[in-house]
Write a protein that binds this ligand. Structure first.
Ligand SMILES: [Zn+2]
Length: 280
């Protein structure tokens, strides 16, 4: 998971911008009457997201007695997600935030959409609240659809609120029983983390299938390395292989210490079995 700066956009201004172009004045007036509810919901979301307690926000079927969930969802689909609409500028800006266009939830695939951290069908009041809109790939977006955490430990990470990238939490282990070699990814608990954060990261890792995703990329990388390492081994033995893997690890960690590449090269470097020919 990669941290992103929290949007500074005022939730009420975003909401009013989106609904300003509704030509159905009756609907627009009913929506405008929800302004205070939108403000209160944004404040509530911000508070709970900061404390890993978003599961405590109750789902709802109406915004108020006069605006249905479907009408509020339309504010998002028709006035923000659709091209050339008032909210599309913000939509595009949020989508463009991640470095290299990578989804912050998996840190791997391409951003193609905005994910409602609390889904818009069950939490329509938050349908256009900027803090609730996270750039995402399609796979991560779908993985969360039917997911409803019941306690803090079960909450997935939120890129605007959770910042864990300075702590080393992703580890790979070489499976020395397999030929060719393979690596297994897992979450480890850095010093200073409480159990809630540790369990949230493990839950996030499992829900989005990051172990399999990273393992697949690592398997391809191991194939690509094979010929190079055989040549290095023939020249300088295990020490030459290890030096090369260490250089790769240092270079990858300079970018991101919890990438699958950083974890992979660290695991390979510390494996005597791998450096002594496990790569063949
Ligand atoms: Zn993703």
């Amino acid at each position: 998971m990669r941290h992103l700066p929290k949007p500074l956009d005022n939730p009420l201004e975003v909401f009013l911008t989106c609904i300003a172009s509704f030509t159905n004045y009756e609907l627009r007036n009913r929506l405008i009457a929800c302004s205070q509810i939108i403000i209160d919901a944004s404040i509530e979301f911000d508070h709970h997201a900061s404390n890993s307690t978003l599961h405590q926000i109750a789902s709802h079927t109406h915004v108020n007695g006069n605006v249905t969930s479907a009408e509020m969802v339309k504010v998002y689909t028709q006035k923000m997600a659709r091209k050339a609409t008032p909210g599309r500028t913000l939509y595009n800006r949020l989508k463009a935030q991640p470095r290299h266009g990578r989804c912050p939830l998996c840190a791997q695939r391409e951003v193609t959409t905005l994910d409602h951290h609390l889904n818009k069908a069950d939490f329509p009041v938050l349908a256009v609240t900027p803090y609730n809109l996270v750039p995402s790939c399609q796979d991560c977006n779908k993985a969360k659809l039917a997911y409803h955490p019941n306690k803090s430990e079960e909450e997935t990470l939120h890129p605007y609120y959770d910042k864990i990238e300075n702590d080393l939490w992703l580890e790979a282990i070489v499976d020395e029983t397999l030929t060719p070699a393979a690596v297994i990814y897992q979450v480890v608990k850095p010093e200073g983390w409480n159990d809630i954060l540790y369990n949230r990261v493990k839950n996030h890792f499992n829900l989005f299938g990051l172990g399999n995703l990273y393992g697949s990329h690592a398997a391809e990388e191991l194939d690509n390395l094979r010929l190079l390492l055989i040549r290095l081994y023939n020249i300088g033995g295990a020490a030459a292989v290890r030096d090369h893997l260490k250089e790769r690890k240092m270079s990858a960690r300079e970018v991101y210490i919890n990438s699958w590449q950083s974890a992979l090269y660290n695991a390979l470097e510390v494996s005597d079995w791998y450096c002594n020919g496990g790569f063949k």
